[in-house]
Each structure stands twice: as C-alpha cells, then as structure tokens.
Design a protein around this ligand. Structure first.
Ligand code: C2O
Ligand code: CU
Length: 494
C-alpha cells in the first residue's frame, strides 16, 4: 500500500486498511450508551486504580478480555478541580509493563508517563526488547515494582483531558486493549457559564476496534503479551483501524435525550482513525471548547474533523427535533459499518435553562512576534519497502535525546510538516494554531490545543507556550502505531 509514495495520500482522508471483525456485529443503535463511572478518592486528593484484565461484554452475548484501569474500558472518569493537587496510585496487575500519561495535563516531568518509566506487576520480570528496536539502546529504563504514584497538580484551565498508556514501543496495542479514560478538569470560570450541566454534560470517547471470532480484540502483528514484535504489516505501518466504532466502549450505542441542549465532550481515542463527524438528518455542533478548554467565543460547525488525541467540547441542541426523532452521529470519512458512530433518540420535552453565551473566555489571539525561536519538525517515514520507520527530522526516537531546549516562560513558533496524516501532540505545553500552509488556521483549529491534525504535506505553524515545569517532555505523532515506530522526540524545558 506504500505510504512512502505520496500518490494516494494527498487525496486520501483516511489511511490504512481496516481490520475486519470475525464475528457477527450487533445492529447499530441497540446498545445503550454507557457513561464511565466517576473515580472515588480513597482519601481526599488520593486515588488508586488497578490496571487489570477483565472480561466485559462489548459485543452483546460475547465476552471480550480488556486491559483496563480498574478493569473497565474506558477507565473511570476523574472529575477534578483546577489546582486540586491529586495523587493517583496506579497498580499494575497486567502481564506487561505500563506507563500512564495524562494527555493535556500540566504535569511535573517525573509523573508525565515517560515511555521508559515503567510499572511492572509484582512477580513479573522485565527485559527490554532485545534487538528489536535499536533506537533505544541503551535505554534509561526506570522500573517501579507493582505500583507507583503519579502527581497531578492540575494548575491549568478547565478542560477535557484523558489518560492512557504510554509504554515504549507498545502504546498502540495496550491502548487498543483498553487502557484509556477521561480526566475532567473543572474551574469556576467554566462552571459560571450557563452551558448544559450534570446529566447533560457527557464525555464521549470515540474509538474503533476489531474483534476475533472468540470476542477478543483483533490486532495485527503485535502480540502485546510478548515483549518483542515479530514483524510489521502494512496495516500496522499506516496505523490500525477497526470496523467497529465504539463510544464509551459500546458499539454504535444509542442515548435517549431530552429535547434540550447537551454538552458533548468529544474525544478521538482511536489509534489511527480520523473522523469527520456530522449529524443526520441535520444539526450543528456549536463548539465551546478545544483540547485545552474554553474558546473565546463559540464556533458553529456542520462537520467536525477529529484526528487521534483531539478533543472538541460541543453543544448540540436537540430541542429543534420533535419527540421521537432520531439524530445520528455519523463519520463521513468512514465506510461500511464504520460510517455510523452513535444515535440520539429525542425521548421527551424538558425544561432547559442552558444557553451558549457569545463570550466564553478570554483567549488572547496568537501573536507571531511573541515567539523567541522558530523550529521546524518534519514528521516523515524513512527507509523503503516494508521496513523503515517513522521519524521526526529524520531521527527515530531515542530517549534522552532532546530535539529542542525551550526556556520556561517563553513562547516558540513550532512548524509541523510531514508526509502523511500525523496528529502532532506536544506534552506539557499548550499551543495555538497560527497558520496552515501560509493561510489562516481552519475553524476547527480554534483555541488552546495540545494536539493538531497535520495532513499530508501540510505546513502547520503553532505558537507554543512553555509553562509549568522544567524538565524532559516529549512530542510525538498520536497515530499510536507511528508513535510506537519511533515517531517521537524529547524536548527539555530549561
Ligand atoms: Cu496522548 Cu504522549 O500522548
Ligand atoms: Cu504519524
């Protein structure tokens, strides 16, 4: 399929082959939408989660083994306030090492989920993948036996964050098996707005999977219980997509809604799939927030294109529809069963005091002259044929090898470009999109972001703010298979 050749890629909105499930799939819109449980502290400010295997029913009537935080997929939702320092003890009872990253968190470096900073289950040995990955030899492994504490100061604006596994070379298969969940940061500014609240404020984790005949997750080439990859196929090279769309872990679910406004916190938690979301028979998304919280003013979209890792907080108004109406969230980039996402059924009339104010927050417009440095990061495949790897500026990832040393408290212009769909994610720092291909940013680029959709051969200029902590962080492609194939780089805030 040749992702090295630009021919098909310039026009293709989606990437690799889609894995096909080997069992009968449920009829869409028959499974009720689950909402993940809210995590409860063991004492104020302290939480404990256990990463473990569990059998859950994703496809009705067939059990699937997931690897989940507390054995659930998605994991529990952490519902926390800005500035409430939180300690999460993560205990690993899985057969593989893990590292947990809070995506979008302003987190001290030693709690950021560095890929070689691993928790290994008690009684399990760990040996670095021998020979398979020359790019991290020698690697500075840090091993925690059984459990470790992650510290999240949460000195940051209200936003829809998420946490997921970040283990060196194996993030993709481990997230595929279920290691992902939400962490919502709330604050007084966001609370004071008349946006939909409570039961009408719902996080939606959208991701795709494929299933084997016995109900287990289908995934190519990589046996995540092994420490060595036996080899890669093209489906793996381009990023793995499945034919089943899950929302909060349920296939094509349905939700009964009031004829009222809802705040939907959309997250694309897929390994590699991009979505262009639309509502049929009609309806608009009024975007109020981005990866890093509130926009200055709402932006109305007929469609929303989401790359892996991105979040869009949107308000959808179901009051325009009669009771009994069905509103379907579809993915116009998807084909076959992957075109449907979920359905809303307008169940009843209801009182609605919510509103979307024209002014949401103060977001200073990006000012190019604020940048004290300009750096270019080129996300590209090197090597030919079935081999090669995904690199940044021609370099496969090497832990500890920093590509940039921005100064704490400064702003830099980071230009991202590349040869494929590469959703670029920067840890710690938030940014605003300044320009796409020399022109203005797209409407979906609005606000403070931590992940940006860089399409084939595009040039995306961002203004990145380095705030919070000094130390070693990383940026990478959030196509998780690309990430595992070395499309990552360290940077060090000095
Ligand atoms: Cu969501 Cu470094 O990842
Ligand atoms: Cu990529």
């Amino acid at each position: 399929t040749g992702c090295g050749g630009p021919g098909g890629l310039l026009t293709a909105e989606t990437s690799g082959e889609v894995l096909t499930s080997a069992l009968p799939l449920p009829r869409p819109f028959t499974v009720p939408l689950p909402v993940p449980a809210t995590a409860r502290p063991v004492r104020p400010g302290h939480y404990e989660v256990v990463q473990r295997a569990a059998k859950v029913e994703i496809i009705p009537g067939t059990p699937t083994e997931v690897w989940g935080y507390d054995g659930t997929f998605p994991g529990p939702t952490f519902d926390l306030r800005r500035g409430s320092r939180t300690v999460v003890r993560v205990r690993n009872e899985l057969p593989v090492p893990t590292s947990t990253h809070l995506h979008g968190g302003v987190t001290p470096p030693d709690s950021d989920g560095y890929p070689t900073d691993l928790v290994v289950a008690r009684g399990r040995g760990f040996r670095p993948a021998p020979g398979a990955h020359a790019h991290h030899d020698p690697a500075p492994w840090t091993l925690h036996a059984g459990a470790r504490d992650y510290v999240y100061p949460l000195e940051q604006r209200a936003a829809t964050l998420w946490y997921h596994d970040h283990r060196m070379d194996f993030t993709a298969p481990q997230v595929w098996r279920g290691l992902a969940g939400f962490l919502l940061v709330r604050d007084d500014e966001d609370d004071a707005l008349p946006l939909p609240k409570g039961e009408r404020d719902i996080p939606l984790m959208i991701c795709d999977r494929a299933f084997e005949e016995d109900g287990s997750f289908r995934y190519p080439s990589v046996d995540p219980s092994l420490l060595v990859k036996p080899g890669v196929e093209d489906a793996y090279m381009e990023g793995v997509e499945g034919d089943v769309i899950l929302v909060n872990g349920a296939p094509w679910p349905v939700l009964d809604v009031d004829a009222a406004r809802y705040r939907l916190r959309l997250l694309n938690a897929s390994n590699a799939r991009r979505y262009r979301l639309a509502l049929t028979p009609g309806g608009r998304f009024v975007q109020v927030g981005s990866d890093q919280g509130l926009l200055a003013a709402p932006v109305a979209h007929d469609t929303i294109t989401m790359a892996p890792g991105e979040r869009f907080d949107v308000v959808v108004d179901f009051s325009a529809h009669p009771v009994g109406a069905e509103v379907t969230l579809v993915n116009t980039l998807g084909t076959g069963p992957a075109r449907d996402v979920m359905r809303f059924r307008v169940a009843r009339r209801a009182r609605d005091d919510s509103a979307v104010p024209q002014r949401l927050s103060r977001v200073e417009p990006p000012d190019r002259s604020a940048a004290v440095a300009t750096r270019v990061f080129d996300f590209r495949r090197t090597g030919q044929g079935g081999g090669g790897s995904w690199t940044i500026n021609g370099r496969p990832y090497r832990p500890g090898d920093s590509l940039a040393r921005p100064r704490l408290g400064t702003t830099e212009l980071w230009r991202f470009t590349g040869d494929f769909h590469h959703p670029v994610h920067v840890h710690l720092a938030r940014f605003q999109v300044l320009a796409r291909n020399g022109g203005p940013p797209a409407p979906a680029d609005a606000g403070w972001k931590d992940t940006v959709d860089v399409r084939p051969y595009e040039v995306v200029d961002t203004l990145v703010r380095f705030e919070g902590y000094r130390g070693r962080y990383m940026m990478h492609c959030h196509n998780l298979e690309h990430e595992d194939m070395a499309m990552m780089a360290d940077f060090e805030v000095v």
